[in-house]
Design a protein around this ligand. Structure first.
Ligand code: GUN
Ligand code: ZN
Length: 433
């Protein structure tokens, strides 16, 4: 089997960086290399050592660029490719005015296929090699999502949304059809190639109690699947949820009543949680997903990253396309930094890069597969150019440390800073492939 060596400045995290100078949290090689064989990482280290071990290998020289693990996006919506940048609304109006209109188009397989091409091209262009997506209510949308991901050999997680009320008829399933369709999709896709399934009740407002019972049954029958939903994003959403579920102690309690918490459960937003909800998320090892560009765009609020972590809640970070405004995880962490500034919390650049890679991999319990450059890991790797634009190049003239460089990449970078994207070792950037 042939071996390819990617040469460049390699960076991979080992643990959560405690500060912008926490050198024990990562491994960095100034003249580094990653050897790729059969879609997996065969070795990493200094170029000279890796070269010695694989003397016949083809060498692709990416110097002076940075070689890092592909980014991971833990929450976004496939059928919102054409919803991004919809003007003037907060969450519930935004859903009714724009999102629920657009998502109806995903009953059409040809539309789904065309949008899937754009969706994955945009992810790869931005260096995102794994994502956790909500598809529309239609089985066709999940078929298009998984088929296109499989064609590109991507490790993708997703699921059709379950929603049976408070939406247009054309977007409503029933408790039984949601169960049956999800079950069929799990049987077909979960664990097939690199695909994994996420059971996806959209949120409490669009699911009847009977449908949440179906989600509960699916989760119990498929404990190795993920579960994703939305939680505590916006004041009006919380109020309506508590009117619909009057016996619930709070928003999270709705999901708790149906046993939807757990170490594979991803809760998008988690902005306005009370102490009981935080404790319950921590106790159940559930994941709170920070969606900064979306939370700012929809005016939803400021995520409490430090507070949640201190209370033992696992956190992840995500774009939330199309409430979110950019496919770029760099731009997402740029906005995360600003959100946390407003909370008097400092997000250091090492932690940002950890969160986009190993941190999100850990949130998905996939750190053996993705998120690092460790030997045996799947070779989803990206190459970052810190001088991609004229403004970045001149700023880089005064940069002295790795941490400073990462902060420039995060603050000024976007898809232009992604020079190459490798999926399971294969060059897969839609423009630079
Ligand atoms: N809550 C329920 N559905 C959605 C969605 O599509 N986007 C966001 N941001 N919040 C939601
Ligand atoms: Zn969402």
């Amino acid at each position: 089997m042939s071996v390819t060596i990617l040469r460049g400045r390699t960076l991979s995290f080992r643990k959560l960086p405690r500060s912008h100078t926490d050198e024990a949290s990562y491994v960095f090689e100034e003249d580094g290399a990653v050897a790729v064989k059969g879609g997996l990482i065969a070795e990493n280290g200094s170029f000279s050592a890796v070269r010695k071990q694989f003397s016949d290998a083809e060498i692709i020289d990416h110097r002076p660029n940075l070689i890092v693990p592909g980014f991971i996006d833990t929450h976004l919506h496939f059928p919102q490719v054409q919803v991004i940048g919809s003007f003037g609304a907060k969450l519930l109006d935004w859903l009714n005015t724009y999102t629920f209109v657009e998502e109806q188009k995903y009953s059409d397989a040809a539309h789904c296929d065309r949008m899937a091409t754009h969706f994955f091209d945009n992810l790869l262009r931005n260096g995102t090699t794994t994502a956790v997506a909500y598809c529309s209510v239609h089985k066709t949308s999940a078929e298009a999502y998984f088929s296109e991901a499989e064609r590109r050999n991507l490790r993708m997680i997703g699921g059709k949304v379950m929603m049976d009320r408070n939406a247009p008829d054309a977007l409503c399933d029933t408790p039984q059809s949601a169960y049956d369709d999800s079950k069929d999709l799990i049987a077909k896709w979960h664990g097939r190639g690199r695909a994994l399934y996420a059971i996806s009740p959209r949120f409490a407002i669009t699911s009847t109690p009977t449908q949440l019972e179906m989600a509960q049954a699916l989760k119990a029958e498929h404990p190795d699947c993920y579960l994703q939903t939305h939680l505590s994003e916006n004041d009006a959403e919380i109020k309506l949820t508590l009117e619909l579920y009057q016996s619930a102690r709070d928003y999270l309690d709705v999901y708790q009543m149906y046993d939807l918490l757990g170490d594979k459960s991803l809760f998008g937003h988690c902005i306005h949680l009370n102490g009981r909800e935080r404790a319950a998320l921590a106790r159940s090892n559930s994941v709170a997903v920070f969606c900064p560009t979306s939370n700012l765009f929809l005016g939803s609020g400021l995520f409490d990253e430090d507070g949640l972590r201190e209370q033992g809640v696992r956190t992840a970070v995500a774009t939330d396309i199309g409430g979110g405004t950019s496919y770029s995880m760099l731009k997402t962490l740029d906005e995360a930094y600003k959100v946390l500034q407003l909370r008097n919390q400092i997000l250091n650049p090492l932690k940002s890069f950890y969160m986009m890679t190993l941190g999100n991999a850990r949130a998905l319990q996939l750190e053996q597969q993705i998120g690092t450059l460790e030997e045996g890991s799947e070779a989803d790797i990206i190459v970052m150019d810190s001088r991609a634009t004229a403004a970045m190049a001149v700023r880089m003239e005064t940069v002295n440390t790795l941490s400073e460089e990462l902060f420039v990449l995060q603050t000024m970078g976007d898809d232009r800073a992604v020079a190459a994207t490798y999926v399971a070792g294969k060059s897969s950037h839609p423009d630079n492939g």
